[in-house]
Design a protein around this ligand. Structure first.
Ligand code: PMP
Length: 305
């Protein structure tokens, strides 16, 4: 990943991809206090554009605030950095990764004295859970790991440290032959995937866990709320049990990387018809229309590169 041509925006400068390095005594590398974003650019009908750039950038700043890190740039500068990185790498579409971290100026748990740094990288990244997964649905396993309690490392921050939990859950699921993990909260209710929000459909109504289950307030999740409204479908945020997912008519994951990925199986139990369900398909198709610039109603969600 590090050894390629291209540019990375680092603390206000565009640097060569191979030279975008940090010291081994970087505070975040030792103690895990950092925040990041995952953003996508699409090759829309009107040219390359970043989807919901403002919302992602605001979430990055909010994550940093929750982690008590002051980003040394303005929201506008960080938005511009993302647009510039996509352009500098000649990308028409791709994945954008901003990261805020604490530098190597000092170690010790107390980070005071360590500088807050920011970088933005971008590269080509296709369907996160596979093209086949987008069409046929993926196989998911309920994780033996619990999703974070809301009062541990803060669940509304897209915090670096939260992802150790995601990594463990994803490794367990994929080593057992599944595509992704579904995590339950500390009370045993459904929270989210290792890197995705969850939705289920039952009798024509869409359900998703409310954020007290420790799920990230996903920007794709919010996009689904808009799509459902447009399609005249009801969405209910509530506590969801694992067996409600087993007997749902349809289920799907959402995320910037995962987009809208149907779930065809949980814990070896087929969900509904065991492939992408009709409501999931409608939502997925509306989602791809929006991100590809084919729905003028959401034109302001696309920032041209
Ligand atoms: N939950 C987790 C744990 C995630 O990593 C992500 C991906 N950022 C999501 C949910 C979905 O969030 P979004 O739609 O904003 O990408």
């Amino acid at each position: 990943m590090h050894d390629r041509d291209g540019k990375i925006w680092m603390d206000g400068q565009m640097v060569e991809w191979r030279d975008a390095k940090v010291h081994v005594l970087t505070h975040t590398l030792h103690y895990g206090c950092g925040a990041f974003e995952g953003v996508r650019a699409y090759d829309t009908v009107n040219g390359p554009a970043i989807f919901r750039l403002r919302e992602h950038t605001e979430r990055l700043f909010n994550s940093a605030k929750i982690l008590r890190m002051k980003v040394p740039f303005s929201i506008e500068q960080v938005e511009q950095a993302q647009l510039d990185v996509v352009k500098a790498n000649g990308l028409k579409s791709g994945y954008i990764r901003p990261l805020v971290w604490l530098g190597s100026e000092k170690l010790g748990v107390n980070p005071r004295g360590a500088q807050v740094h920011l970088m933005v990288a971008a590269w080509h990244w296709g369907a996160y859970l596979g093209e086949e997964g987008l069409k046929r649905g993926i196989r998911v396993k309920t994780s033996s790991y619990t999703r974070h309690h809301v009062n541990i490392t803060m669940t509304q921050a897209k915090a670096v440290s939260n992802y150790t939990n995601s990594i463990l859950a994803n490794l367990e699921a994929t080593e057992d032959g599944y595509d992704e993990a579904l995590l339950l909260d500390s009370a045993g209710f459904v929270s989210e995937g290792a890197g995705e929000n969850l939705f289920v459909v039952k009798n024509g109504v869409i359900y998703t866990p409310d954020l007290s289950a420790g799920a990230l307030n996903g920007i794709t999740r919010n996009t689904i709320f808009h799509i459902a409204k447009d399609l005249g479908l009801e969405i209910v945020q509530k506590r969801i049990t694992r067996d409600e997912v087993y007997i749902a008519d349809e289920a799907f994951f959402t995320g910037t990387a995962a987009e809208v990925t149907p779930i065809r199986e949980l814990d070896r139990l087929e969900i509904g018809i065991g492939s992408r369900g009709p409501i999931t398909e409608k939502i997925q198709s509306a989602f791809f229309d929006i991100v590809n610039g084919r729905n003028p109603k959401y034109a302001e969600w696309l920032s041209p590169v």
